[in-house]
Write a protein that binds this ligand. Structure first.
Ligand code: ZN
Length: 282
């Protein structure tokens, strides 16, 4: 499996809007179509946030449950891609919802995977609170439901928190999957050196991917692939196909990184490869 690379497509997120790129999907139908096109282009995991279908405003907590259910139903009608739901809460609503509410869609929808932030940080002008007790609670709930967490780390301290609060307490049913997130406002800057340092801090027995924001998405994603990691692309993190050119679809970004993977002599993991690499039971 060493030469197979998992592409995750983060197709909508909570921050970019149609003002940034008119092709960002808001409605369940648009979400499902983007997921399917990304799947056809080589993605094997879809990372999802809930949006108000008309305004695109991000929705978190229990209000988002019916929206996520609709997304999953429509996506599964089209393809068997691995679906991952966020528990991040959405940057614009972070301070407005009860923190425990963030896990409600995961409990109700039982996706194969869910994101799990392992530390707090400043996020733009807001605070993104992930206190230790909340991290452990989310990890325990996911373990009980056999939902694979993806450990989202924005700096080195978050990796140490993941080790102490989750891995050493045996809240995982399989080797951890990390996202090394570089370039958020408040997290580690997106540089090759920082990626090297974060990779070195990971536990030995894990899988990982690079999430690099904006113009760094493809270059640092490529560096991660060369280093043996997986990669996430998509509108959540970057809306441009190249400098000054908006992507028409998430699938264009998936297609671009898939070409790079093949040019590097590696293979794009299909959904069944990804389930094996991530130790997902199906
Ligand atoms: Zn997300």
């Amino acid at each position: 499996m060493e030469d197979k690379v998992i592409i995750t497509a983060a197709i909508t997120g909570s921050i970019p809007s149609k003002k940034n790129n008119p092709n960002i999907p808001y409605t369940p139908q648009e979400i499902a179509e983007e997921a399917y096109k990304s799947y056809l282009a080589g993605a094997s995991v879809i990372h999802l946030h809930a949006r108000n279908p008309e305004t695109g405003v991000p929705i978190s907590g229990k209000e988002s449950v019916p929206i996520f259910k609709e997304y999953l139903k429509l996506i599964k009608e089209k393809c068997d891609i691995i679906c991952q739901i966020t528990t991040g809460g959405g940057a614009t609503t972070i301070n407005g919802i009860e923190q425990l509410d963030r896990i409600k869609p995961v409990i109700e929808c039982k996706p194969e995977m869910a994101s799990l932030n392992t530390g707090s940080l400043n996020f733009g002008s807001k605070i993104f609170p992930n206190p230790p007790e909340l991290i452990e609670t989310f990890a325990k709930i996911m373990q009980d439901l056999n939902i694979k967490p993806e450990l989202e780390v924005y700096e080195l301290g978050h990796i140490e928190s993941a080790k102490k609060l989750i891995i050493e307490k045996h809240y995982l049913n399989s080797p951890p999957q990390f996202s090394l997130v570089l370039g958020t406002a408040g997290g580690v800057p997106a540089t090759p050196k920082n990626l090297l340092i974060m990779k070195e801090a990971l536990p030995v027995n894990c899988t990982w991917q690079v999430i690099a924001i904006g113009k760094h998405q493809i270059p640092l994603g490529t560096m991660g692939i060369i280093m043996g990691g997986n990669v996430r692309v998509g509108f959540e993190d970057n809306v441009y196909l190249e400098k000054g050119v908006l992507a028409n679809s998430n699938s264009e970004l998936v297609g671009k990184i898939a070409r790079i993977i093949r040019e590097l002599g590696k293979k794009v993991a299909d959904v069944s490869d990804a389930r094996e690499i991530l130790s997902l039971k199906k």
